[in-house]
Design a protein around this ligand. Structure first.
Ligand SMILES: NC(=O)c1ccc[n+]([C@@H]2O[C@H](COP(=O)([O-])OP(=O)(O)OC[C@H]3O[C@@H](n4cnc5c(N)ncnc54)[C@H](OP(=O)(O)O)[C@@H]3O)[C@@H](O)[C@H]2O)c1
Length: 254
């Protein structure tokens, strides 16, 4: 049965990814509140253009049914105490990835800790890992309607099936197919460096991409990609185009 329910959604983070999620989920008819770290008055009008409302993090999450975390991984520590207070029926989705050059070295990842398990432990609750494996330009500009030929697909992992189902439906409303990538324990297959990571695969291509992922090679491949992107973009905080990101990541990760 198709779920047409509209949700109260909080999006924490209004950067490259959070902005697009807020815009598309508000467009889809959900009641969306967004927060950044600097306060509602600093949230740009284009984030709110389709109906999302600016708030601070605590009030955005206050009556949310779904909370989407879209902030750098190392900054999750700053909102952890608020997230830990949420009731267990609130669905928490996390878009974050670990990048040592940005997040400092979180030692546990050198020992092979799965990134989303570290986040779940930090937040002391279940979560769904989603929207982490698509570049911001692809998410903003390459989305299509359900059933469109060549539609991009992204992996979604989580341990509570009901939560994962809701997030998968929201993923589709942001213009891409959701592929059930299993549990959080398996979610290393969608981390930076993996064949499915920011390579804009289709649903039909996703199963073998996940199966072919070699965990030990991910960090080195991730770091080579970062070096190439930094060389191209310099100090700018803007993200490369979808075309460049996908070409680079397909060459390095697949
Ligand atoms: N960029 C991509 O292509 C991409 C793709 C997939 C996944 N991701 C992952 O998704 C996450 C977000 O990436 P991004 O590129 O969107 O980051 P970004 O452009 O740097 O934006 C980060 C956002 O997080 C907010 N933030 C930081 N600390 C916060 C706090 N304590 N409370 C509320 N908001 C806070 C920032 O608000 P202020 O500006 O007010 O500090 C900003 O709006 C990262 O983990 C990233 O690895 C990124």
């Amino acid at each position: 049965m198709i779920n047409h329910e509209k949700y109260r959604i909080a999006v924490l983070g209004t950067g490259h990814i959070g902005k697009t999620l807020a815009r598309s989920l508000a467009s889809a008819g959900h009641s969306v509140k967004v927060a950044n770290s600097r306060g509602p008055e600093t949230i740009a009008p284009d984030v709110l253009a389709t109906g999302a409302e600016a708030a601070d993090a605590a009030s955005a999450m206050q009556d949310a049914q779904v909370v989407i975390l879209s902030i750098p991984m190392a900054k999750l520590v700053d909102i952890a105490s608020l997230v830990r207070k949420l009731s267990w029926d609130v669905i928490v989705a996390d878009t974050s990835n670990y990048y040592p050059h940005r997040d400092d070295n979180i030692d546990t990842f050198s020992d092979g800790q799965v990134e989303s398990l570290w986040v779940a432990q930090l937040l002391n609750r279940p979560l769904v890992k989603a929207w982490n494996a698509i570049g911001s330009d692809s998410l903003a500009n390459k989305g299509t309607t359900e059933g469109a030929v060549g539609r991009i697909s992204i992996p979604v992992a989580g341990n509570i099936e009901e939560h994962k189902k809701v997030v998968m439906r929201l993923v589709s409303e942001t213009g891409v197919d959701a592929f059930d990538a299993g549990t959080l324990e398996e979610s290393w297959r969608q981390q930076p460096g993996a064949p499915c990571y920011c390579t804009d695969l289709t649903y039909a291509e996703m199963k073998s991409a996940l199966a072919l992922t070699e965990q030990s090679r991910l960090p080195a491949r991730r770091d080579i990609a970062v070096q190439a992107i930094q060389e191209r973009m310099g100090d700018k905080r803007s993200n490369p185009t979808a075309d460049y990101i996908v070409r680079l990541h397909r060459a390095l990760f697949m």
